[in-house]
Design a protein around this ligand. Sequence first.
Ligand SMILES: C[S@@+](CC[C@H](N)C(=O)[O-])C[C@H]1O[C@@H](n2cnc3c(N)ncnc32)[C@H](O)[C@@H]1O
Length: 191
Amino acid sequence: MHDGMQTSIHLEIAQRLQPKTCVEIGTYYGGITYKLSKALPDCQFFAVQAYKDDKLNHMPDTIRGEYSQGVANKLKSEGLDPDLKNQDWKRAVAQHFPPEYHDYFDFNLLVDTFQDCDNVTIILDTSPFKWQFPKVDLTIFDLSPLLEENIIQYNYWKDVSKNVLMGAYNHQQEFYEYAGGEKIRKDYVLL
Ligand SMILES: C[S@@+](CC[C@H](N)C(=O)[O-])C[C@H]1O[C@@H](n2cnc3c(N)ncnc32)[C@H](O)[C@@H]1O
């Protein structure tokens, strides 16, 4: 297990809403869902991760995957995908995750995360699904730096989920103007 991601907002909202079912879209190595599954043992979690290579975030500098070009850099984010707008996710992984995570995305490590959980189901698929997901209480996103992509995702999950917590990176205001809801700190919107 790694302990690399900021989970306090997700915990705060999940504790406030007390969902019985919760889905996280784009779970990466599952850190957020893992923490939430321990804090809310009576909630069933679904951790969704795309399995197609063009959606995976790889640590080596490669044209494979998504947002996988460039290298982690302490000083400046040289060569990173311009859509990231200098958000150097590789630097965060290099800093907070052990060396076995610093390679091409490894599904075995995702599975490892949940070995001591009994309230997490992993779903390997690309959201929005071509099929109807059953109704859930809460959907959590930390998926994309792009407003357009998060709008597409929201339009699927808003009909499935009582609440949506959207990680809106650097477009919180624009997403809020589109969807309404409640701004949470500086980059989330709760609907
Ligand atoms: C920014 S990372 C998520 C980080 C994670 N929430 C955390 O804090 O550890 C985005 C993840 O979503 C996955 N992903 C991107 N687009 C997706 C989609 N449309 N459906 C499912 N997973 C997707 C990527 O492969 C990546 O693992």
